[in-house]
Design a protein. Structure first.
Length: 421
């Protein structure tokens, strides 16, 4: 039973109904309808004994007594704006616990460092967002953690064979599904089986799913066996291109060790960002639904255009294909991310991007304004050319993030830019 009012007459309320109230009581703050920004680094203890008790609980040195609450100590450990935003974000994924970070990269890196150890291998899906690719391919090996890449084409047996051939214990499984920028889907349940097979009573091997493209509305990885859900909250959760944040969600037994690492690495976010995330989550559902609806119209237009060779959009997966079956099993909607291959390679892609008038030529995604960029030379330029080509990140590939504009206006813009190609 939740400690917050989340049902009426025993009936559970929907997350969108709880975004304006859950986790906050107006009487805490002079009746303010909205939570204030607790812009403070430190919190005053009523007594020295209380301070001692708060530290004991924060450091896990003892379990809370009956009715005893974890107290506020210092904003690197916890802050009301973070805690309320975390409680609210957890509702969308049905997660027991959530920890917010100062970026999506901080969330991913902190989670990996909390579980993987020198000598381990980490199974990672490809393609991956360029920053995550660089983290797993360049940074983690310097700490003795080697990545084992696999794509959506690899069977469970092939992934197991690669792990066995690598000759180290599996410490972590990280997948990004749908993958940025191709929308390739990775089978969450299959990866959960792999992670479980390598777990022992002494050591849990977590499967972490980067749910940035579809979550938290259109995919719930925990329901398919994932242990942790990761977000760049900079994207749909923040939703306005005005903050950088990340999140890790899952059972408290797995989020707590990540939170301990967050405290030591100092990768928590700040009260103002926590407050902005609360503001954003009030409109999360309407934004994501509207963006997904508009993306369908833009994708249909692109698919019918003679200068477009291929459109990667989840709403266009062909029935009867393994990707379509997987989509039906693990996704609740196609989201609002599209990539497409324009005829004429990089020059044509650049001419298209330089001709856009309403779309903004910028990286990032999930915001109210539509964004367009060139993955091979921008977000995914940290992978080698061979890796990118193998993953479908070709020179003519353009990525679109569909925003809140009128669909007709976006189609008008795409159409006039394609004329210039
Ligand atoms: C799928 C995905 N994961 C993680 C990140 C990293 O997030 P951030 O920029 O918030 O650190 C990004 C950024 O674009 C992304 O697209």
């Amino acid at each position: 039973m939740s400690k917050w009012k989340d049902r009426i007459g025993g009936k559970p309320l929907h997350p969108e109904s709880l975004m304006m109230s859950y986790g906050y009581k107006p009487e805490w703050s002079e009746g303010a309808a909205k939570s204030p920004i607790f812009q403070t680094s430190t919190f005053v203890f009523r007594t020295a004994e209380e301070g001692k008790a708060f530290f004991e609980l924060a450091q896990g040195r003892r379990e809370p007594g009956p009715g005893e609450k974890r107290g506020l100590i210092y904003s690197r450990l916890n802050n009301p704006d973070l805690e309320i935003a975390e409680d609210r974000l957890a509702l969308w994924d049905g997660a027991e616990d959530c920890a917010l970070f100062n970026s999506g990269m901080a969330a991913i890196a902190t989670a990996m460092l909390a579980f993987a150890r020198p000598g381990d291998v980490a199974a990672v899906s490809h393609p991956l967002y360029g920053g995550t690719h660089h983290l797993t391919d360049w940074l983690l090996p310097q700490f003795g953690i080697r990545p084992i890449p696999f794509s959506c084409e690899c069977s469970e047996e092939e992934i197991e064979a690669r792990i066995a051939a690598a000759g180290g214990p599996l410490g972590f499984v990280l997948i990004e599904t749908p993958a940025n920028p191709t929308n390739d889907l990775i089978d969450i349940a299959c990866c959960a089986r792999i992670a479980a097979r390598h777990s022992t009573p002494d050591r849990k091997v977590p499967l972490a799913v980067d749910n940035t493209f579809l979550g938290p509305l259109f995919q719930h990885p925990l329901e398919h066996g994932a242990d942790l859900v990761l977000y760049s909250a900079t994207k749909y959760i923040g939703g306005h291109s005005d903050l950088i944040a990340g999140a890790v969600l899952g059972p408290a037994s797995l989020v707590e060790p990540v939170r301990s690492f967050r405290t030591l690495l100092g990768t928590q976010t700040d009260p103002w960002t926590g407050w902005l995330l609360m503001r954003s989550m009030e409109t999360l559902k309407v934004r994501m639904e509207r963006q997904a609806h508009t993306a369908g119209a833009v994708a249909d237009y692109l698919a019918s255009h003679p200068r477009v060779l291929r459109v990667n959009y989840l709403g266009h997966l062909a029935e009867g294909t393994p990707q379509y079956d997987l989509y039906r099993r693990q996704c609740l909607g196609p989201g609002a991310m599209i990539s497409f291959e324009v005829e004429g390679g990089v020059e044509a892609a650049y001419r298209f991007l330089n001709s856009l008038q309403l779309f903004k030529l910028a990286v990032s995604l999930g915001s109210t304004e539509s964004l367009a960029q060139h993955p091979a030379t921008m977000t995914h330029s940290e992978a080698t050319e061979e890796e990118n080509l193998a993953a479908g990140v070709t020179p003519g590939l353009v990525r679109l993030s569909i925003g809140m504009e009128h669909p007709d206006d976006l189609i008008l813009d795409v159409g006039q830019a394609l004329e210039k190609v």
